[in-house]
Design a protein around this ligand. Structure first.
Ligand code: C2E
Ligand code: MG
Ligand code: MG
Length: 590
């Protein structure tokens, strides 16, 4: 017996190789049965089998003339073939000291010949064997033929295994193979640090644009060419995987960041020099992202995800190559989670609520109204600020139900206050796209009517950009609302559109000066000048002016002296729950 074959680690690796093939205990298949039938016929023997040597049994993938699916490995001739990795011929089992009292001999078998089933890596998985109930001799040519049949069986096994592991387009090992290789490497070197480099020639939107403009064969050709180009730079020792259309991954040993980026940029250069890429009618930007991984700890799917995340970050920053950033990744994942969970929040009874921040009239010190502000208590993330989640859903189809929810809740609250005799106006924040809903104005007005509220009880806040970037339909909605007596406020005034010319024809009655200007009033003369100019201009144009973010008495007094109409800010009150607002109103002198 060969020394290395005796080593326990050989047997361990052999069994691992066998299990990797996922052949054990699978149903019979014609592709193997065909070979065993041929063997039985050719050798004129009643029994032929493809026998795989598991830890303690011989399991038959294919068999002719045998009842059992498996027999114990102990004293099985095929077990010896697996141990020795060479052809075994036993002309008469009853004459053999080893097999005389074996199960095979007891069941009437006299002759055995088996050829090893050997993988390309040199592991013997079992035997291709023929058996007879008579003692026999076998010629050299017949042994060679049995070996050929064993090779045919192995070709079949390896072909079946490769199927689903090779990307047919590039001929490169695919994602499944990468996963398997990572597992293999983890077995050999658990805990070793590596980097996965993700090279993306095109992103998915570029793929679809190119498919549309150039036809799908262009992208296929590009993928193939890129694969060859990358393989050439990486050399023979480096395995390149194709993990998606125009997406490639390879693994490198742990190294410092500079070396990684340098290597990544070299790959990128190679891609940029591809002739086909230069023909593309749009600019194609290949990017490379690198993410660290620890063998045995990081799951293959996570490795792919983090490396691709690095790639996408590199694309966003237009850097060409970049390293995985946990912080950026976490923020993308959080954004994605918030976005996808918001629909459920709209349907849940306990996640969304409105809070109300008082607005004080500066000439009288009285509270005339409140701004309704949305709050979201996420079931696992806790309180999430509207400044974080509104921009995520604002430009999606969820903007409509979001605003519908706010309108419904705010009108219910306003109705309750008006019933109690509190003439409090409620100001609502509305997104630009809400104005694109053809029935927006009508729905709002009908809800106000149903609640028996005067139109003046509701005000809508829209940012400058929202107001300005809308088409004719939106202006019609606004006109309809104003005509019915609803006030429109320009929110965050001063932060959006750079030209003030639009103020001439914008259909709004109120401007809310953004708090970024107000907060500088106490100690920045420039802010004071700006606020003074905004105020005088807004006054002259007939707007009612509200200052947002008033936090100090000094600011309050200053704005009062300037003739600003209203103020809103933490000085007077933070946003409050409905009931708390009622108590605040009763106890304060507003
Ligand atoms: P906004 O409409 O400009 O609302 C004012 C924001 O300033 C509120 O933040 C408020 O809590 C905060 N604020 C008020 N006074 C002060 C102050 O004295 N100091 C400081 N530092 N902050 C003050 P909030 O509630 O986090 O809302 C942020 C933004 O989210 C809002 O800005 C608005 O654009 C958006 N938003 C809130 N609720 C809704 C909603 O129901 N629908 C829509 N479309 N957007 C909303
Ligand atoms: Mg607002
Ligand atoms: Mg604002």
């Amino acid at each position: 017996m060969r020394d290395d074959l005796q080593q326990p680690h050989y047997e361990q690796a052999r069994l691992y190789a066998l299990r990797q093939l996922n052949l054990l205990d699978t149903p019979p298949s014609e592709s193997f049965d065909r070979i065993t039938r041929l063997a039985s016929k050719f050798f004129g023997m009643p029994i032929a089998a493809v026998s795989l040597t598991d830890a303690d049994r011989q399991w038959f993938k294919s068999r002719v003339g045998v009842e059992h699916r498996e027999i114990p490995r102990l004293k099985a001739c095929c077990g010896e073939v697996a141990d020795e990795s060479k052809v075994l011929v036993v002309p008469d089992l009853l004459q053999s000291p080893t097999y005389r009292d074996s199960l095979l001999a007891e069941s009437g078998i006299r002759f055995y010949a088996g050829a090893p089933l050997q993988t390309q890596d040199g592991y013997t998985l079992g035997a291709m064997c023929v058996l007879d109930t008579q003692p026999r001799e076998i010629s050299k040519e017949e042994v060679a033929l049995l070996q050929d049949m064993a090779a045919m069986v192995m070709a079949q096994i390896e072909l079946q295994h490769a199927f689903g592991r090779i990307d047919p387009l590039t001929g490169l090992p695919n994602r499944s193979q990468l996963a398997e290789d990572l597992e293999d490497m983890a077995r050999d070197a658990p805990g070793r640090q590596q980097y996965a480099l993700f090279t993306e020639v095109l992103d998915s939107s570029q793929v679809s644009t190119l498919n549309r403009v150039m036809g799908p064969t262009y992208v296929d050709d590009l993928s193939r060419l890129a694969a060859r180009g990358l393989e050439e730079v990486l050399g023979k020792d480096q395995r390149l995987y194709s993990v998606g259309l125009c997406q490639f991954v390879h693994l490198v040993d742990d190294r410092n960041d500079d070396e990684l980026i340098e290597g990544a940029l070299r790959l990128r250069e190679t891609l940029l020099s591809l002739e086909l890429l230069r023909e593309a009618p749009i600019l194609v930007h290949p990017v490379v992202g690198a993410a660290p991984l620890c063998l045995g700890q990081d799951k293959p799917a996570d490795v792919l995800r983090t490396a691709h995340s690095a790639c996408q970050d590199a694309r966003l920053t237009e850097a060409g190559a970049g390293l995985y950033s946990q912080a950026l990744d976490a923020s993308h994942r959080r954004r994605f989670m918030l976005h996808s969970d918001f629909r459920a929040a709209l349907n849940a009874s306990d996640q969304l609520r409105l809070v109300y921040q008082p607005r004080i009239e500066l000439s009288t010190n009285r509270c005339l109204g409140v701004e309704a502000l949305l709050r979201w208590r996420h079931p696992t993330l806790g309180e999430v600020s509207p400044a974080e989640f509104i921009p995520l859903v604002e430009n999606t189809p969820l903007a409509r139900p979001l605003t519908a929810w706010v309108i419904y809740s705010a009108i219910a609250q306003a109705e309750s206050w008006h019933r109690q005799g509190l003439a409090i106006g409620v100001s609502l924040n509305v997104s630009a796209c809400n104005l694109e809903e053809a029935d927006f104005a009508e729905r709002l007005l009908s809800q106000i009517r149903q609640a028996d509220l005067p139109a003046s009880a509701i005000e809508l806040e829209l940012t400058e950009t929202a107001l300005f970037e809308q088409g004719r339909g939106a202006w019609q909605q606004l006109d309809r609302l104003i005509e019915a007596g609803i006030r429109i406020a320009i929110d965050d005034f001063g932060t959006g559109y750079s030209s003030l010319a639009y103020l001439q024809d914008i259909p709004a009655q109120v401007v809310k000066i953004d708090r970024s200007f107000i907060k500088g009033i106490d100690d920045m003369p420039r802010s004071r000048t700006l606020v003074e100019s905004m105020l005088s201009m807004a006054h002259n144009l007939g707007y009612r002016v509200v200052a947002e973010g008033v936090e100090t008495q000094q600011t309050y007094d200053y704005l009062q002296a300037l003739g600003c109409h209203e103020a809103q800010g933490f000085l007077m009150s933070r946003p409050l729950e409905g009931g708390d607002f009622e108590r605040w109103l009763a106890s304060s002198n507003h």
